[in-house]
Structures are given as C-alpha cells and as structure tokens.
Design a protein around this ligand. Sequence first.
Ligand code: ZN
Length: 501
Amino acid sequence: MKLFMATLSTETNTFSPMPTAMSGFEEFYLRHGTATQDPPNLMTEALHVWRRRAEEHEWEVIESLAAIAEPAGLTVTATYDALHGEILSDLEQAKGADIILLQLHGAMVAETVEDCEGDILKAVRARCPDAIIGVSLDLHCHLTDAILAAADLVITFKEYPHDDATARAEELFDLALRMTRREIRPVSRIFDCRMLGLYLTKEGEMQSVVREMQALEAQPGILSVSLAHGFPWADVTDVGTRVLVIADRDESLAAETAEQFGRSFFARRHALSTAYPDLDMALDRAAEIPASPVVLADMGDNSGAGAPGDATFALREVMRRGLTSIAAGLFWDPIVVRICADAGVGADLSLRLGGKVGPDSGDPLDIQARVMRISSGLGQHLGEGIEPLGTMVWLKMDGEIDLLVNDLRTQVYHPEAFEQMGIALSSKRLVVVKSTFHFYAPFKAIASQVIQAATPGGASPDFRNFEYRRGGAECWPFVDNPLEVNTQKTSQAKERDRTFV
Ligand SMILES: [Zn+2]
C-alpha cells in the first residue's frame, strides 16, 4: 500500500491589501518532503501522525510539500501555481498512490482561483481516479461542493482554539484504513447554515455543540460529523458555517443528520454569538477590575485572520488615557526591528511604530523607547506545536509600557512570547495581545480577567465593517432568516464504485 501526503495552508482574508506570495511561505514554513523530520506544528501534526500510522502498517510513504503562510490577502498566481504544481508533480513522479491524505486549510483564495482546495483536490482526483482521497481542513474553511466531489473523506477540526489536529489526523487515517478493508463506503452531505460567525468551543453553548457532534458520531451509520465554522473575512461564494456529515452508504442519513444538526445550530445563533465591547468600552471595563493583570485581546488586528498586525488603535488609546504598567504585542514592524538591531540593546530611540500597511493599521505612532532585548529563533506554543516568532525586540517606554515588536507576522498564542523576552506579565496592570481566540486558554491562566475587544482593523469581529458582494451578503446577520430563502444548496458529493484494493 502506498500513501501520499502533503500540507498546503494559508487562510485568505480577501479584504486584506497584502498579497500572499512565496516569501510568506518561505518565512513561515516551507519544506519539500521533509516536514516530518521537524517538530510538528499545527498544520504538520497530521503528517507526523500519518507517517507513523502508515509505517506501523509497513506501507510505503511518499511525503510531498508542506507549505504554510500566515494569513494575508489573495495568493498570487505564480505562488499558487508553484505550490499546488509541486504537489501534483510529486504525485505524478510517485506514479500515483493508493491513499492520498492532505492537510489543507480550506480558506485559501488565489488571484484567479476562489476555491483553491477544491481546485487542488479536483486535480489530484483526475490523476488518481481510484485512490482513496482524504482531507483534513481547519474549521475556518469554505466547505465547497468541489471539495466534497473530489475527496472521499473530508473532516475538519472540531475545536477552536485548534487543539485537536492530532485527533482529527488519527480519525482521518482510521476512516481511510477502513476503506482499504472495504468495511465502509462513505457518503458525505453538507448543510449550509448560512451564518457568519466566530465560535470559541471551549466554553458555553459551543462546548455542548462539540459534545453533540461526538454523540452523533456514536450513532449507527454515522462515520464523522464536522462543523465548518467558516472564515468570515472572505468575500467568496461559499463563505459561512456549514455542517458536514459522513455516513456509511446511507445518503439520506447523511443529509438528514446534517440538516437537523445545522438547523439546530442556526436556531441557537443568538446564544452562539457574542457582542464584543469596542475599544473604549473594553478599556473602561478593564479599569474597573481591581485585580491585575487584565488581558485585553486586540481582536481586530489578529494577523492570524489576515489583519496586518501593525495596527496602532489600541496602543494609541492606551497612551492617550495615560495608562501605565502595560505590555502590548506583537507589533509586526520589520523596519523598527531593523532600526533597533542596528542601534543595539540599550539604545534610546525615536521610533515610528506600525500603521504602515493601510487604513486597517491606523496611523503610525511616534514613540520614544529603549531597546531592552533583541532575540531570534524563539517560538511559542499553540497546543502541542511550536510556532515561530521571528526576530523580536522588547521596547520599554515611560510609564512601564513594554512593547513586543517582531519581523514575522504572527498572532500572540502564549504568554511565553513575552516572558521569554524578560517581560514579566504578572507585574503588569494590562496586557494587550493581538489575537482573537488562540491566546485565550494560556492567558486566562495568568489573567485576573480576559476581555476580548472588537478593536478596529482587518479582522474586526464586526462584520458590518466589510463589504460582502458574494455569499456573505446572503448570510445571517445580514439576512434575518436566510434558511427561508429558497436558495438552500445541497451538496452533490459523488460516490464512486471502488475497484481498488
Ligand atoms: Zn482556524
């Protein structure tokens, strides 16, 4: 048995003015068949699992590309062609495979291809009509009919923050293995909930939603249930929350289960959506909390959702209010990093920080600061994996304001991003982190309270700030009752009679 596997992952914020090019993959993560020789990260955990499982079965393993870029705008055509072309040419060189497992993101949009994952899977299917094709997606994906039509098995992460990539990789391998033994014949159906939303799965109603999915998976005939949350900062046809059910042989069971679950999810939309305070309200609220440190999430500038990462709105307001004892980061500003590296530790500098990418960054902020430390090669935990931090600079301003600036766009996942640099968060009154949800659990552990703020920026959780011309315009909250509109799509997932084994 021959297994072919690869990873290609970026999440495209189509509203972002920053193109995603090869440099974005090169600086973040790019390996040509050797990713399993590195420690795993979120999007390569699956490759490690699949290699280990395949080798236990003494299968041949062909490992292809692993390419990951921090989310930004549309992927430029030459980069998309080169990356998906590499997967296809590796597949051709391997003379096909019996099983093809891919870890893709699901929200990659190129200049000329709206559904990159559907496009890749279609090309893979064309080359390997009889292979078992399985794909694991981030739950922030656009679940399209093209993806389902080309793949036999599609599953998404269930948890946000994503701490179940390994479990999903195991699940996908198990299902593929059962297909090789002809124990199952998966059929998949989607229900489109027609909702835009952000759903943290670690508390409240969403915790129950995850448990309900797991309970459904224990029902006879159901092989897998996924809730694709969708990636709301994308003006694409298939944006929005969708339920995917894989049943064994039984199309109606898959379709009915997906619809029932999807309608129940939609019915709970108000309980599932949070009205986040704006920056002013969030800072007012923080001031009333007696214990420290208060952690405030600068949600609007989460580069993990394609925002620039150099927005100054929150820091400007903190300074305007004269607040002291602050830690804030990560500001993406390679120019400031370069100036600080040239000046060296101990230098007192006049710096123009952030505000460079566009209107979503706000205006640049002119500050006086001392360079306290410069470090390269550090990482921060996201679940089990370690994510890179690039070159980081710790800047200290009057009023015990400590800033973390770096040259690699990434959100804050873990307090260790600050603490490895020497910034003791426990001594701070307020810690401002550029992130939406991934920071949540590790920071909650050190915070007196966490406030997620609907700050301005390229990843603002207030979707009214974005102009949707395609699918998003037909979703709740823009349409009150979109499921009553007679445009409900049903998936036409293809089944194939396998001659394989
Ligand atoms: Zn995600």
